[in-house]
Design a protein around this ligand. Structure first.
Ligand code: RP5
Length: 172
């Protein structure tokens, strides 16, 4: 857990939750973006299948605790993001974690195919999805925070410069 996350467990703006500690390799990329933008966040394992009562408890209190977004990652039968969306009005951003046998296509379909009325904003499988979920949270928070929006614009400008400086290796 990052310093930001440890210091802010009781005043977090964003919850980063995952079904297993094995998801951290992917979910750390969401936390890294939140760290970069100084968004206070907590990081927890909340398994839908192995600790369902804890999941219900987390969802039941998320809004009153002040969370404004929940980034939820899970793999395989990835029910955590959808169940969290069912438990709280706080918007849920789902990250499909690559699975061992189906490489995350199972995770993606489990998260994205929500029934009408209970949305989960679903991102790409793996690292890009985790980072983009966090960037989308930043963009949402930035709609009411001009300073944060300027930082997001600067982040994108740096990204543009990196892309412009890319050189393709010589080829025949
Ligand atoms: C899911 O099962 C987790 O989100 C994880 O992606 C997957 C495997 O969990 P472990 O067996 O590695 O703990 O609930």
């Amino acid at each position: 857990m990052s310093d930001t996350a440890q210091q802010s467990a009781e005043s977090s703006v964003v919850g980063v939750i995952m079904g297993s500690s094995s998801d951290w390799d992917v979910m750390q990329h969401a936390a890294a973006i939140l760290d970069e933008f100084d968004i206070t966040h907590e990081i927890r394992v909340v398994s839908a299948h192995r600790m369902p009562h804890d999941m219900v408890e987390y969802g039941a209190h998320a809004a009153e605790r002040g969370l404004r977004a929940i980034i939820a990652g899970a793999g395989g039968a990835a029910h955590l993001p959808g169940m969290m969306a069912a438990l709280t009005p706080v918007p849920v951003f789902g990250v499909p974690v690559p699975s061992r046998y189906l490489r995350g296509e199972d995770s993606l379909l489990s998260i994205v195919q929500m029934p009408k009325g209970v949305p989960v904003a679903t991102f790409a499988i793996g690292e890009a999805g985790a980072a983009n979920a966090a960037l989308h949270v930043v963009a949402c928070l930035a709609t009411t925070d001009a300073a944060l929006q300027q930082r997001l614009i600067a982040f994108r400008a740096r990204q543009t410069e990196v892309a412009r400086s890319m050189v393709v290796p010589p080829h025949v």
